[in-house]
Design a protein. Structure first.
Lengths: 261, 261
DNA sequence: CGGGACGTTGAAATACGTCAAACGCGGTGG
DNA sequence: CCACCGCGTTTGACGTATTTCAACGTCCCG
């Protein structure tokens, strides 16, 4: 398993990167000036981020690795609501468990949280960036509902990979069409609500169609437009990391997936 | 189709009811004193609540009827993220459509929205009640993810009905074990991510097991504890509308659904 | 007495889950 | 260096939950 980054960003750096991508340069400037690295520590895979309602560090900035909001149910079933990627601010969530899915590094971000709630004029850009980020989170969660409720296995997987690519690209952790994803297929299956076996077969089918390459913790999406058409993917980001698509592949939307009321 | 309420609550009334159930009596008092009925109007079924980004009335209080956050996808597929019930405050959501699922009455609540964002001391209870309510909304959305991702058809339906019962009970629109639900089976199937046909069969199976009665727009849950055990339902509310369960049916949890890691 | 929307039913197709075994691979210890 | 282990991936065969299609029933309303 390849770790998601070899060298470490500073906490302020990765968040600033993100706010800049969100077109909130003022918030980025504020955040870059903050010391978000005073307290940092690591977690092994499968550790709780907020063990037993520990009120110390009510907010943490995810520096590297992947965290998931996990719910366990009877019969050993497990559902992962949503992935938390580097640059995300982690906060305890009632009912579910925030669990590291890989090795993870975090830093204390409680100072950040208090400033998000600050109603002062100087922190206004910060607050607004935070709110915009929360809105995006919500949109991602709703996309997850649609994936699980109404999409086929192939669509679910393609959609999730495209979304993850965009989220990582936003913080500079993805190339044009690839990104590290050091998760086991079992973990991914618990995101998309499939069995491991069927996820495996779905991945192979996508590979066979030339839509996805995956292995050794790294994912490549050789033809994002085609994959997006297949999965009905719509970006939740103002696509800041690339102004526009060059290729005119819009018409490649195969009839099979054309909009039909 | 039975309308969800014959007589109308005043807008302030229904919201106050809700805040009281949330143990936020101060917020309830503030809200009860507001005039939230200045502008009210009705919608027919299948109308958009916020047509074409109309910025007039950026927030509306749902007085009666049911609204859904709907996403349409290719092949005529449809997913309803979440039901909006009387007492909910409606706000435009990016990407999806807020659509009336029954006849609906709403009132303008933009004044309410501005006060929710007020950072003054006197509006603090209001703001906190609003935030608590938003947290509950999020929890409900996460429950929806789990339903769709990892639950069987019967569990999905039972879970949804229990949740809806609690939400309606909170605003005084449910009896001890029944509530109006004037939705088509097709609509319900688009919430729980099943085909109409299979939803129908699932409902019949639940009826046969004595867990659900449904028909003519009204649902009865004769044995909520047993249904909750079957569906793995956990309340997202501080159960203010009933201090404790009388019956000691906890052990009725059949082995088939016992917790297993 | 239609007509339309909604509910119900059956038969056949299929997508997905389960079970169990084998495979590959990096790591560890002899 | 090889043998072995553990973990994750892959494969096959089979079972089942759910979908699809198509028909029929029912209720309500004009």
């Amino acid at each position: 398993m390849i770790s998601i980054v070899k060298h470490s960003f500073s906490g302020g750096d990765i968040l600033a990167r993100r706010f800049r991508a969100m077109r909130a340069p003022e918030a980025a400037a504020i955040v870059a000036s903050l010391n978000l690295d005073a307290q940092r520590w690591s977690l092994d895979p499968s550790e709780e981020v907020f063990p037993q309602a520990t009120t110390t560090h009510p907010a943490q900035l995810l520096l590297s690795g992947i965290v998931g909001e996990v719910r366990l149910l009877s019969h050993g079933r497990r559902q992962i609501m949503m992935l938390r990627l580097p640059g995300d601010v982690l906060t305890p969530v009632g009912g579910d468990t925030l669990m590291s899915l890989t090795a993870v590094r975090v830093s204390d971000a409680s100072s950040l949280l208090t400033r998000f709630g600050n109603w002062s004029a100087e922190d206004r850009p910060l607050r607004e960036a935070w709110m915009a980020s929360s809105r995006t989170d919500l949109a991602i969660l709703r996309d997850q509902v649609v994936r699980l409720g109404r999409m086929s296995a192939a669509e679910r997987v393609g959609h999730l990979l495209l979304e993850t690519h965009e989220r990582l690209a936003q913080v500079g952790l993805a190339t044009d069409n690839g990104f590290p994803l050091p998760l086991t297929q079992e973990t991914i299956s618990d995101i998309v609500g499939l069995s491991v076996v069927h996820l495996n077969r779905t991945l192979q089918s996508l590979k066979h169609d030339g839509l996805v390459q995956a292995g050794r913790g790294y994912v490549t999406l050789p033809d994002r437009p085609r994959l997006a058409a297949m999965a009905g993917y719509v970006s939740r980001f103002p696509m800041p990391w690339r102004p526009a698509e060059r290729r005119s592949e819009t018409r490649q939307t195969s009839a099979r997936y054309a909009q039909a009321s």
